[in-house]
Write a protein that binds this ligand. Sequence first.
Ligand code: SF4
Length: 703
Amino acid sequence: VGDSQDYDREVKSVCPFCGVGCQISLKIKDDKVAWVDGIDGPANEGRLCVKGRFGFDYIHHEHRLTKPLIRRDDAPAKGLNVHPDALHEFFREATWEEAMTVAAGGLAKLRDEKGGKSIAGFGSAKCSNEEAYLFQKLIRQGFGHNNVDHCTRLCHASSVAALMENVGSGAVSATFNEIENADVAIVIGANPIENHPVAATYFKQFTKRGGKLIVMDPRGVGLGKYATHRLKFRPGTDVAMLNAIMHTIVEEELYDKQYIAAYTENWEAQKAHLKDFPPEKMAELCGVEAEELKEVARLFAGAKAGMIFWGMGISQHIHGTDNSRCLISLALMTGQVGRPGAGLHPLRGQNNVQGASDAGMIPMFLPDYQPVGEDGVRSAFNEIWQSDVDFGAEKGLTVVEIMDAIHDGNIHGMYILGENPAMSDPDVEHARDALAKLEHLVVQDIFLTETANYADVILPASAFAEKTGTVTNTNRQVQMGRPAVPPPGEAREDWAITTDLAQRLGLDWTYTHPREIFAEMKMGMGSLNNITWERLENEAVTYPSLSPTDPGQAIVFGDGFPRPEGRAKFTPASIIPPDDVPDAEYPMILTTGRQLEHWHTGSMTRRASVLDAVEPEANCSLHPKTLRKMGVQPGGMIRLSTKRGSIVTMARADRAVAEDMVFLPFAYVEAAANILTNSALDPYGKIPEFKFSAVRVEKAEDA
Ligand code: SF4
């Protein structure tokens, strides 16, 4: 961290970590980031968390990729489990010309010999909007299908499925800052103090001025300290609990009859369905007293303005879409949408997961969630692209499905930009085995990741502080990321690498700057109406923006929904048990998540010196009583085993975790959480059930 006076220049940009989208000022000394300050962005008003303030020096880490790499002919067979830091010996340095020839040549060969569908692409929510747009365009135009996805599939895919189905839009209906105008708020299945820390500061302020906060989570998350009601329900019983709350609202006639009549459909079916969920009947299943469920129902239904926030505790279940359907129904029946202080807000995870999804880097939608199945939509994009490639009406495969398709012999090559499926996929040994089977894998990244282990060609890319591009945060705010330092060595901006690859695959792309890509995006994305590159160079703009001077709409759906007749829909949800339930052999429940200091698979934050110093070691958390029963001291080593595999990690005592549960962060390669997790999918969002696996916990043999 530098001296606060000692810098050559400053560059304003956006934090690269979470979906809050804090604006930052990078202080540059000798072409290096010396330190970072928060500035007055619409989402953060100067605030930063520890990641945004101290998590930047990975940019200058000695492990950065500086030259293209090609797998050596004498490298061991793919699949050997090697730590990323030791991977260099498997590769040799190459010129860009040679590396791009091999990268494009391998993809083109598979396309020409085995068909375009033999290739799939994973982009990244760390990409800018322009990069995400180009990536999906490359897969569709270059290979003629829709097998393109990214980590939204592991994050809020089920939330988006429910939102699209029931309110007609996959984005938040109100910014999180709108909590300032609420008097009651629910936060469910989310841990904002660790995962959306700056948003959490607004939630805390809300309680300080008298707002009533209801926190619902199987774990005792930190925000619970500020709550008037704290419901530690049993994992996987979300639908039962939420239906019981809605049952009370119906029974006590607390619902908003006028709102339901004016703005919704299917209410009678929802009302009838809820009859089967009286709190007295659901209480034992959920582990929450019936009276508390009723109190929460009365409190939320009686709010003048109420908001609902949720995270991956809701979405990462095989019933994730049903969980979100319940939350949407709760907001609709109480009329808590489309007004100041009222709304639905899935807290988006990655800095640009909203924008990457908006840009169409998903297998079922083109940009702006326009279905690939509609002929008119496909032809409109082909007109914009001046292309006649038929990429088909068939929805593409999702993240987990692509790994299965490799095992089934249907996919033989991949282009992976900034994703790390060898760490992030559920049942990760299955995913690693799939990656090892690929005939040709092109990886584009800033470090040698676990996924690079399986690459044939590695293309060195740029970190956020080295490139230009727009990003869209959880609030729908589009903001400009600016280059502050040069990329190391021969590393290049991602949009430029993708463009080069496209040209070598025979596409006539001519982009010379991200602003040209943004201009093309606007041709097919109504959400960007009135938002220009020039505006974004000077201000953040929230979409939708109604005029060239409108800063954008913090709240949407005030006058109806983008659905038939402007009506939102109630979709009743029934109880579906988790896929992998505890039994005698695996008697406890495993849940996974993030820690404050580390980001996802750790490739950035474990190379950020301050963050790594604070949290250097793989760990998991159990209740102190559980540890005592096992004869394990805090700091001792334990073995966690599921039907998929086994890891050894350090145990921490944490009273927030229920006695029959284990909480396991997923950032640590040396004890990779996803060796244990289940790849069973929600049928609508195709999201895996990261939040619930049956697990056996033992003292490690050598502890
Ligand atoms: Fe960055 Fe999120 Fe922290 Fe803000 S809250 S500084 S966006 S990690």
